[in-house]
Ligand binder design. Structure first.
Ligand SMILES: Nc1ncnc2c1ncn2[C@@H]1O[C@H](COP(=O)(O)OP(=O)(O)OP(=O)(O)O)[C@@H](O)[C@H]1O
Ligand SMILES: [Mg+2]
Length: 510
């Protein structure tokens, strides 16, 4: 077995009112990918921030050893110098700077007079990108002009330039297209072969099965069980360690009797603003019924988000086609029109939803959706009734927080997601469109979200769910549309829907 490069022992980390880490112990080896798993708020990101100097010594208790030697970092620079690279859950690049500037921030090459040697900076960047086999990013590209997936690759190139021996990846695939995930996994395998030790955080089980060598589970700030080779543990055992109980029914689907058509979309097209004459969505027509869950499947980039955005009035100047609700033709020129007509959309870009990070959970959940969109929020009074509703969602979704008055920015990533979801579930529209509703959300809470969707359809709401997780689509939807390259290419009834057939349509090989 390879050498233990990292050991964290008895780590304790407190925040006001919360013990985030409560005696965490684990070790990781060179050339392995160690998956760190656990529910939202279990302490995964916090643990990695302790490792990387974001939370410096002595703001935590316990000890960190690198190759047997105790280290105590005062800041992230010291951790970097010791060979620890980290790619955060929230990306950390500066949008207005080039790829090269971001990679060599504060470390640019200079000439004898101390002036920045741009040629060398660009050349070194190119070398790194080439080494990683990345040929669609240029050192001079501005970070704000490249996709999130590519930004992720830039973060990795940066970690590589630091000659990281330990690389932490905190939910790195949450915003990547399938192709980008493949690229990332290729790079991960290469780094593994080079002996890099990787700590990898993810809520996606399929990923863990594909690339993890061993797993460590955190629950409520504590390590549960030993670090275990992935071959020696079943999925159910991992879940039981994470959640502390068995989940019997991952997809609690209720039977559906088709109701009348509520939403009808005819010939909807969305043009591509960057490429005149081409389309993001082309001639899409579909209906959705009262009380059904309609799934929209497809690869990332297939046009699913743009389709529902078109329905929702997100890009009125690019959209043509007809949208009817309960037989009435709608004139939707903006999201506000859509919301007033009774259509709600939980977008995949959660940041754009305008969470007020420095405000409490109850504040964030009770401001109405319209006010969020226009960002004009003045004094809002939380009534007793509203507080009760917020509390119910917080309990039902298991949002890990000391209280509903806690500042939302201090919650873990997944718990922030749950709050946004609760807020939209609270708005009770006729048609509720959810774009990747369970992304970044742990397995126990996913089941709670499915139950909430069931409740909604039983109340007569039409639910439309975009999801990249096929098991979830197959498990929860009554009907499944498949999109490929901007078009709806297939429509499966629940009983006919099979994984292979959906994938064939999604990849255009059917
Ligand atoms: N800066 C902070 N201030 C106060 N509390 C915090 C802060 N950062 C994290 N916490 C709390 O510490 C606990 C662990 O959070 P952490 O972000 O480590 O969870 P996580 O396992 O990464 O979850 P997720 O899967 O949702 O990303 C949570 O209860 C969270 O609210
Ligand atoms: Mg996290």
């Amino acid at each position: 077995m390879s050498e233990v490069v990292l050991k964290m022992q008895g780590i304790i980390k407190d925040f006001p009112g919360v013990r985030a880490l409560n005696n965490v112990n684990f070790e990781a080896r060179s050339g392995e990918l160690l998956a760190l798993m656990g529910e939202n708020g279990a302490g995964k990101s916090t643990l990695m921030k302790v490792l990387s100097g974001v939370w410096p010594y002595p703001t935590y208790e316990g000890d960190i050893y690198l190759r047997g030697e105790r280290v105590r970092f005062a800041n992230t620079k010291e951790a970097e110098a010791a060979g620890i690279g980290i790619i955060y859950q929230e990306l950390n690049l500066i949008p207005g700077l080039s790829v090269a500037e971001n990679i060599f921030l504060d470390r640019q090459f200079t000439d004898a007079k101390g002036r920045i040697n741009w040629n060398q900076t660009f050349a070194e960047t190119q070398k790194l990108l080439t080494e990683l086999g990345i040929n669609d990013i240029r050192p001079t590209d501005l970070v704000q002009n490249i996709t999130v997936g590519k930004q992720q690759m830039v973060e990795i190139a940066k970690a590589l330039s630091l000659k990281a021996e330990i690389l932490v990846l905190d939910e790195p695939t949450s915003a990547l297209t399938d192709k980008e995930v493949k690229d990332l996994f290729r790079i991960i395998r290469k780094l593994k072969a080079d002996g890099v030790c990787m700590c990898y955080i993810s809520h996606k089980m399929e990923e863990i099965e594909q690339i993890a060598d061993r797993i460590a589970v955190l629950r409520d700030g504590q390590t549960i069980g030993e670090v275990t080779p992935i071959a020696d543990i079943t999925l159910d055992q991992i879940i039981a360690r994470m959640v502390g109980r068995d989940i019997k029914d991952m997809f609690p689907k209720v039977d559906f009797t088709p109701g009348e058509v509520t939403l009808e979309v005819n010939d909807l097209s969305v043009t591509n603003p960057d490429m005149p004459g081409s389309y993001l969505v082309k001639n899409a027509s579909f209906v959705a019924r009262k009380g059904e869950i309609l799934g929209i499947s497809g690869l990332m980039g297939a046009g699913r988000t743009e389709l529902v955005g078109g329905v929702f009035g997100a890009y009125p100047d690019q959209t043509t086609g007809e949208v009817k609700l309960n037989g009435q033709k709608l004139e939707i020129k903006s999201p506000k029109d859509a919301i007033e007509a009774g259509i709600a959309l939980l977008t995949e870009d959660r940041k754009a939803l305008g969470l007020f990070l420095d405000k409490s959970i109850s504040f964030n959940t009770t401001i109405s959706s319209l006010e969020t969109i226009s960002s004009k929020v003045l004094g809002i009074i939380n009534t007793q009734q509203e507080r009760k509703v917020v509390k119910e969602y917080v309990d039902q979704l298991g949002v890990k927080t000391p209280s509903i008055d806690t500042v939302i920015g201090t919650l873990s990533g997944g718990n922030q997601q749950k709050v946004i979801l609760g807020k939209w579930l609270n708005s009770k529209p006729d048609v509720f469109i959810l774009d990747e509703p369970t992304r970044g959300i742990d397995i126990g809470a996913k089941v709670e979200i499915y139950k909430l969707l069931n409740e909604l359809v039983q109340q007569g709401v039409t639910v439309i769910m975009i999801s990249s997780e096929l098991p979830e689509v197959l498990g929860m939807c009554d009907r499944i549309l498949v999109m490929c390259e901007g078009e709806i290419v297939s429509n499966f009834e629940r009983d006919d829907a099979k994984k292979e057939a959906i994938m064939a349509y999604a990849t255009g090989s059917a």
